[in-house]
Design a protein around this ligand. Structure first.
Ligand code: URA
Length: 202
């Protein structure tokens, strides 16, 4: 099964009520052999209209943050925990998350990235829970590297803030930028970096 075939399945999916209100499902896009995958929460209005992830204001910021550390959208893979927009951008419900998670799992098993960056609380807590770690606070875990067994092998899960949170509250932006800078260093150095908040990487 290829990523495109999974994308087709997602576009036809009726596993939860979100299919009733979506314009387009948003499977995700990018490099099928990416070393790093970014996982957001769920599509917003612009994503629902275009069928592509992170194309609104938060997406513009994500694209800028990637470019600052020398990455393009094309060389990473960008997706969400939930593939259809919750009405009025409400939080996805637990049953919607569990209905949709098998798609993310299959995507990650195929892409097989070393690093999964969880954008925002929902994505971070969902991914860490799958890896057997119960966390509650995104502020406590952001910027840390969790070296965990998930989707068939050891991977780094790096939680950070959701770009939309930094747009809503500009005081958070330096934290998001700091996490991305450290991510850039990790990707360039293979993670051999001492004296940072990234000790769990070592
Ligand atoms: N926010 C998300 O979590 N995902 C998107 O694709 C867009 C905005």
């Amino acid at each position: 099964m290829s990523l495109d075939e999974i994308g087709e399945e997602i576009r036809r999916c009726k596993r939860c009520p979100l299919h009733l209100t979506r314009t387009n499902a948003v499977p995700g896009e990018g490099n099928p052999r990416a070393r790093i995958v970014f996982v957001g929460e769920a599509p917003g209005r612009n994503e629902d209209l275009q069928g592509r992830p992170f194309v609104g204001a938060a997406g513009k910021l994500l694209t800028e943050l990637l470019e600052k550390i020398g990455l393009t959208r094309e060389e990473v893979f960008i997706t969400n925990v939930v593939k259809c927009r919750p009405p009025n951008n409400r939080d996805p419900r637990p049953e919607e998350i569990s209905a949709c998670l098998p798609f993310l799992e299959r995507q990650l098993r195929i892409i097989d990235p070393e690093v999964v960056v969880a954008l925002g609380r929902h994505s971070a807590l969902t991914l860490l829970k799958l890896a057997g770690k119960e966390e509650r606070s995104i502020m406590r875990i952001r910027g840390k590297v969790f070296d965990v067994e998930i989707f068939g092998r050891r991977r780094k899960i790096i939680p950070t803030l959701h770009p939309a949170a930094a747009l809503y509250n500009p005081k958070l932006r330096p934290l998001l930028e700091k996490d991305f800078n450290e991510l850039g260093e990790i990707l360039n150095t293979g993670g051999r970096r001492k004296g940072s908040s990234l000790e769990e990487w070592l």
